[in-house]
Design a protein around this ligand. Structure first.
Ligand code: AMP
Length: 288
């Protein structure tokens, strides 16, 4: 069956009209927020939505408020036509691609400030990042009025930030977290991977390798979180081209670091390879 290309809208008014029509015809509404430059990881979220929702909205918006002043906002990759084709094949019904003025009109003055799970890790190294993320995600939730929103585990702390924000603001939406999609050699897919040279890409593999080692240690019975963190850092140190910002094992809910792996945890890494900043993580279940 030929795939119907998704409708493309630029304004909130058009978006609401299309979503209301879908809702009136009895369809469940799925939302996949993205910044474009889409890859198989994003596509997996669209497929997950299409599997359970009759109508899937993909948003493509490079959100300026979540980038720091020295970050890559202006050079963030933009591949709109290919993005629309990819999400269309995956079952998206509508692409919402507003411009900056539609999202942040002159006089915009309200931001979501979060403590708790937004504070450690990315919160330390990217001050203001989650203020921008929580604000745009809340705005997209209000604009679309979806039943379910789909996020990738790749940005683990972001999923915790969104879940916390939804709870704190009583937003009537279900949050689904989908597994990280990787290259066959383990590298987590990221729109920023295109910045990597061939040599940097090889170096970057130490990140997923370190995470796999920790998974294996846990499977072998290791419960000492300090030891697990040490394993992570030792493996990362084998490739000095990879400059680590953090490499930790944290409580999967609070992101605090426990002493013993006696609850669901997550190993998280952020590192620069050349000028490219990469993040990755794996979930760690406590040994039975
Ligand atoms: P982005 O546009 O890259 O900020 O991400 C949009 C959504 O795609 C977020 O929910 C990300 O967590 C998710 N995502 C990014 N990379 C991956 C990946 N490799 N696997 C699964 N989801 C991903």
């Amino acid at each position: 069956m030929p795939v119907m290309p998704p409708e493309i809208v630029r304004t909130v008014a058009e978006l609401r009209q299309a979503v209301n029509a879908a809702r009136l015809s009895g369809k469940k509404i799925g939302l996949v927020p993205t910044m474009g430059a889409l890859h198989a990881g994003h596509v997996s979220l669209v497929e997950a939505s299409d599997a359970v929702c009759g109508y899937t909205v993909v948003t493509v918006f490079v959100n300026p408020t979540q980038f720091g002043p020295k970050e890559d906002f202006s050079k963030y990759p933009r591949t709109f036509d290919a993005d629309v084709a990819a999400v269309g094949r995956a079952g998206a019904d509508l692409v919402f691609a507003p411009d900056n003025a539609e999202v942040y009109p002159a006089g915009f003055a309200t931001f979501v400030e979060m403590s708790g799970v937004a504070e450690p890790l990315e919160g330390q190294f990217r001050p203001g990042h989650y203020r921008g993320v929580a604000t745009i995600v809340l705005k997209l939730f209000q604009m679309v009025g979806a039943d379910i929103a789909f996020f990738g585990q790749k940005d683990y702390q972001q999923t915790r930030v969104v879940q916390q924000m939804v709870r704190d603001f009583n937003v009537p939406i279900q949050i689904e977290v989908c597994p990280t999609v990787r290259e066959p050699d383990g590298l987590a897919l990221s729109s920023r991977n295109i910045y990597l040279s061939a040599a940097e890409r090889r170096s970057a593999l130490v990140i997923s390798r370190a995470l796999r080692k920790v998974e294996q240690s846990v499977a072998a019975g290791q419960r000492d979180v300090w030891k697990l963190r040490d394993d992570l850092q030792t493996e990362l140190a084998t490739v000095p081209e990879v400059r680590v910002q953090y490499a930790v094992v944290a409580d999967a809910e609070t992101l605090h670091e426990p002493a013993i792996l006696d609850r669901p945890c997550v190993a998280l890494i952020a590192a620069h390879v050349g000028t490219t900043r990469l993040i990755d993580n794996v979930l760690l279940a406590p040994p039975k």
